[in-house]
Design a protein around this ligand. Structure first.
Ligand code: ZN
Length: 270
């Protein structure tokens, strides 16, 4: 059955009523993945007046710490910090993100409803199968969403369809797909300067209290909070260094860059 997680807080449910298309939609396997890999970039886009959204594919029911309900509340809190206009979680089983036809349709439907200009996906290699599977699943869903003869609603009606009439889900394909590479050791093709946003991004991650506050459960699996901060800062500094700034988040695009004026290319060479 189709299940939309609305998030536990009322604030979040009002945020969920999507009207205008999203400028940027970040898709990730788990709640808190976006906060870890591209949260600063999402906040930066919102500060630039862009309409941003997050689609979490799973609800976190397999996590060592906390419940799916707790994570929904925490995700809503993090979304507020990142000034995200829209956030939802699908019902794909946690730990079993698979690139199936059914899952592709679920994601394709969100693409058509939210009509993002830019989609951020996880990088297609990684340690956690959910992460790399989310990458391929997301890419193929973006492709399917643009097929005019494909009906993505065959399984169940969607909220948008109920509200807007039977033909509201027009085909849509994002203009740009980029990959957040922070979880994998690969050289990014560009980084986004998040120097001014590092603290807010860290607070968004710490909103997941069930995951990151110091506690007994999973003590051997999870580092202590001071250690988490040190690691996150080291990563942000490393990518910042590559871009000549203090803190940055890494991304990869498959396409080549297009340049109009050579004198405006950023990042010093020598
Ligand atoms: Zn994850």
């Amino acid at each position: 059955m189709w299940f939309w997680s609305r998030g536990a807080s009322t604030d979040m449910s009002t945020l969920s009523t999507a009207a205008a298309p999203l400028d940027v939609l970040a898709i990730a396997a788990h709640r808190d993945d976006v906060e870890q890999t591209c949260g600063g970039t999402m906040l930066k886009m919102a500060q630039h007046g862009r309409r941003t959204g997050i689609l979490d594919l799973t609800q976190g029911e397999m996590g060592t710490r906390g419940t799916a309900e707790e994570r929904a509340q925490e995700a809503a809190e993090a979304a507020k910090i990142l000034r995200v206009a829209w956030r939802q979680a699908l019902d794909i089983p946690d730990g079993r993100v698979e690139n199936t036809w059914e899952n592709r349709l679920k994601v394709a439907r969100v693409i058509r409803e939210q009509r993002p200009r830019v989609v951020i996906l996880p990088y297609w290699k990684g340690r956690h199968p959910d992460h790399y599977n989310a990458s391929t699943l997301g890419y193929e869903a973006c492709f399917l969403a643009g097929l005019s003869k494909l009906d993505v609603n065959v399984r169940a009606p969607s909220p948008a369809r109920q509200n807007d009439g039977a033909t509201s889900l027009l085909p849509h394909r994002p203009f740009k797909i980029i990959y957040a590479t922070l979880y994998y050791d690969v050289r990014p093709t560009f980084v986004v300067d998040i120097t001014e946003l590092f603290e807010a991004r860290f607070q968004a991650l710490m909103a997941y209290k069930s995951q990151f506050s110091d506690q007994e459960a999973g003590k051997d699996l999870f580092p202590a909070q001071t250690e988490i901060r040190a690691r996150i800062e080291a990563m942000a500094r490393f990518y910042g260094l590559l871009g000549g700034v203090t803190y940055a988040e890494p991304f990869l695009q498959k396409e080549v860059g297009l340049v109009d004026d050579l004198t405006l290319i950023p990042v010093k060479s020598i």
